[in-house]
Ligand binder design. Structure first.
Ligand code: 13P
Length: 242
């Protein structure tokens, strides 16, 4: 069972997202779990039963006086099952800190929401990738007991650029993440890949043994592209007839 997570980021108007949802509610993936992470105002439109709901962020404190934020209790009450935490856009553009990311992961776990923790190196950090990933993992895991978490490896240089690492590089990095977390924190965790996934490279990506799923931005906003991605992941797409 692979997980296909669609991160809408800050895209789509009300009309567009409603049309999107009307289409995807008719899809019935059999061998994968589809997770939609729309912008906050649209969470309630995603009330279908054949997919799960995720959020793109969560506040670092519980419910109360914090204008403009959305709390973990509020997400739970909207049936949110997954929360993306520590996306590189939030780390780098919004200056989210490792301490904040750690708190958000803890809050999600306390409320039974599975965190999807994003980690990944910048292009200029490629030669010390493991050091970067270790730091991003340790800063969340140290000092709190984590039993259930999904790690999304998103190389920052691959996000929205049309570039991806090779099959061998993705395999090596995802397996390294699994082994590192198992060895140091004694849990087995699911690893997703994210960064420029599209309907053209999904067949190549889907052959990578250590990939448990995908975190998709741009291509997941177009239903025809997302549909083809799902068909490939489900093993139903036959390139000869398309
Ligand atoms: P793209 O698929 O648009 O490269 O975005 C990846 C991403 O950041 C998903 O969280």
């Amino acid at each position: 069972m692979k997980r296909i997570v669609s991160n809408h980021k800050m895209n789509l108007t009300k009309e567009e997202v409603q049309a999107f949802e009307r289409e995807v509610r008719n899809w019935h993936p059999k061998k994968s779990e589809l997770v939609f992470c729309p912008s906050f105002p649209y969470l309630s439109y995603f009330d279908g039963t054949n997919y799960s709901l995720g959020s793109q962020n969560v506040a670092k404190t519980k419910m109360g006086a914090l204008t403009g934020e959305v709390s973990v209790e509020q997400l739970k009450s909207m049936n949110v099952k997954y929360t993306i935490i520590g996306h590189s856009e939030r780390r780098n553009l919004l200056k989210e800190t490792e301490e904040e990311i750690k708190i958000k992961v803890g809050l999600c776990l306390e409320y039974g929401i599975t965190p999807i923790l994003c980690i990944g190196e910048k292009e200029e950090e490629l030669d010390r990738k493991e050091e970067i990933l270790k730091k991003e993992i340790d800063s969340v895991f140290q000092g709190q007991s984590i039993k259930n978490i999904i790690i999304a490896y998103e190389p920052i240089w691959a996000i929205g650029t049309g570039r991806t690492p090779t099959q061998a590089e993705i395999q090596e990095t995802l397996q390294w993440i699994k082994d590192y977390i198992k060895e140091n924190y004694q849990i087995s965790c699911e690893t997703l890949y994210g960064g420029s996934i599209n309907d053209q490279n999904i067949e190549m990506l889907n052959q990578i043994p250590s990939i448990d799923g995908y975190l998709i931005g741009g291509a997941s906003l177009k239903t025809e592209k997302l549909k083809k991605i799902i068909e490939v992941v489900e093993g139903e797409y036959d390139a000869r007839y398309n």
